[in-house]
Ligand binder design. Structure first.
Ligand code: MN
Ligand code: MN
Length: 471
């Protein structure tokens, strides 16, 4: 039952491919530090691969046939891709789903204030973070400001080497006797996770001169009024760039592997598919997973279902029943990262059922917490079919649970798609230091994930479907 380390099986040529794949992923990560930036990259890559905007096709009433490629972008934060297959859609789709939002710190709607010669932005963190990891480090500002005149001003500060960065201060160790005695969860107060934006008073201003200085910069450089922050989405993210990790360059250190590593693998698998698949291939890049898949761009919203209804209508499979059949007959990999086994925190894991960096893409039959509460459960029969597809394509894969029983837990978008009655299993890349500002993955696992997802899209089918050349 022991799974082997994928690197031991790579020849020189494959190892070079693994490195090249990771280099492409690093570029994707560095250009995608928010869900909006990832969605934009996905749409751009999809269009380059021949995908057309579903909304345009609906307006034109264009009929869809096998081989056609369409995408839907939801509020610039989520993307759905379809590559129409040879079989009717009501035979089900092969779906890859990942999320493109990552834990971070959001700037509040009324953010700015001055305190003792510093101008601050008040924030509210997003997703599960260890707050103490986000202080005393270089942070960048990414997002948009939507103005009343309809224009949307993109903001990216702290990425260019010539840019300034911002950040949150921590107390000097010399005076930290009380702080160091606190529980880790209380070391940094959520309301005090505020970002220093400026420290120079504006000459001639008596009242809050540093804040006035900040506002004048925003006005000069970005033509922004303070009130425009009411309709802004600015995320504070680590300013570091993703890069090779380890002297052997076998890993990648970077912000947002959860879940952009799986999103990237899904995109690669979906977009490299040249000819029409047997069954329609679908890639779903959702937002808001880190806060419960809520909102109009989260997996619980109906944009995926609505998009599929439109696609089926254009493909001549009309009506609610056909849609229900397609959803229920679908097969899905919920592609989200798994906890990588960490030898320094070995007691948090049960080793036989842990995911190891370098041993390939990881399948989780269950997620959830305590007595599997909140979990999806991938059916054994489905897993058996999946094993065959993986073995047929010589994919390195492993199976795992998220840590030791009763220690915590987590969820993904799997249970939401399972509501349709489709077959779903969690599948992803193992990550070290998950949700930290800098997470670690193995390049081999990214490579195997792309291989696994591509094999799934080509070979997976309904229960009675036999893959490639059998019977
Ligand atoms: Mn995730
Ligand atoms: Mn997460």
């Amino acid at each position: 039952m022991e799974r082997t380390n994928a690197w031991t099986d790579y020849n020189k040529k494959t190892a070079a491919e693994v490195m090249k794949t990771a280099a492409g992923y690093i570029r994707f990560l560095n250009a995608g530090k928010t869900e909006r930036e990832c969605a934009a990259q996905a749409v751009q890559a999809a269009e380059a691969a021949g995908y057309q905007d579903l909304r345009q096709l609906v307006l034109q009433g264009k009929a869809l046939k096998a081989g056609d490629k369409v995408y839907l972008e939801q509020m610039n934060k989520a993307v759905v891709l379809f590559h129409i297959g040879k079989h009717p859609l009501s035979d089900g789709l092969n779906i890859l789903g990942a999320h493109i939002d990552s834990p971070r710190i959001d700037i509040k709607q009324n953010p700015f204030y001055e305190d003792n010669d510093f101008a601050y932005a008040d924030t509210h963190y997003y997703g599960g973070i260890k707050k103490y990891q986000w202080v005393a480090r270089a942070l960048a500002l990414h997002g948009v400001v939507a103005k009343k005149d309809g224009t949307v001003v993109p903001v990216v500060i702290g990425e260019d080497d010539a840019d300034p960065v911002v950040g949150i201060s921590d107390l000097l160790i010399h005076l930290s006797q009380e702080q160091m005695a606190k529980k880790a969860s209380e070391v940094i107060d959520g309301e005090k996770l505020d970002v220093i934006l400026a420290g120079m008073p504006l000459k001639g201003e008596d009242k809050e001169p540093v804040l006035q200085g900040l506002l004048s910069i925003l006005k000069e450089k970005y033509s922004l009024e303070e009130e425009d922050m009411l309709s802004a989405e600015i995320e504070v993210v680590p300013a570091e760039k993703a890069r090779d990790f380890g002297l052997d360059r076998s890993m990648v250190l970077g912000y947002g592997h959860d879940d952009r590593v799986c999103a990237y693998a899904c995109l690669e698998a979906q977009l490299k598919q040249k000819s029409a698949p047997e069954y329609t291939s679908c890639t779903l890049l959702a937002d808001k997973e880190e806060i419960g898949s809520v909102g109009a761009t989260g997996m619980r919203a109906r944009y995926f279902e609505n998009a599929l209804a439109e696609v089926m209508d254009l493909a001549g499979e009309k009506g609610e029943l056909a849609l229900r059949r397609a959803l229920a007959a679908s097969r899905m990999l919920s592609c989200d990262v798994s906890a990588g086994f960490d030898p320094l925190f070995a007691s948090a894991f049960e080793k036989k059922n842990a995911a190891f960096l370098g041993r390939g893409v990881c399948y989780n039959k269950f997620t959830g917490s305590r007595g599997k509460s909140g979990s999806n459960d991938a059916n054994a029969e489905f897993i058996a079919r999946l094993r065959k597809v993986m073995d047929d394509h010589q994919v390195h894969f492993q199976t795992a649970e998220l840590g030791r029983v009763d220690l915590g837990g987590g969820g993904t978008i799997a249970y939401i798609c399972a509501l349709y009655g489709m077959e779903v299993i969690d599948s992803g890349v193992p990550v070290l230091s998950m949700h930290a500002p800098q997470e670690i993955i193995s390049k081999a696992d990214l490579y195997e994930a792309i291989k696994a997802y591509a094999a799934f899209l080509t070979d997976m089918g309904p229960k009675d479907h036999c893959s490639q050349g059998e019977q």
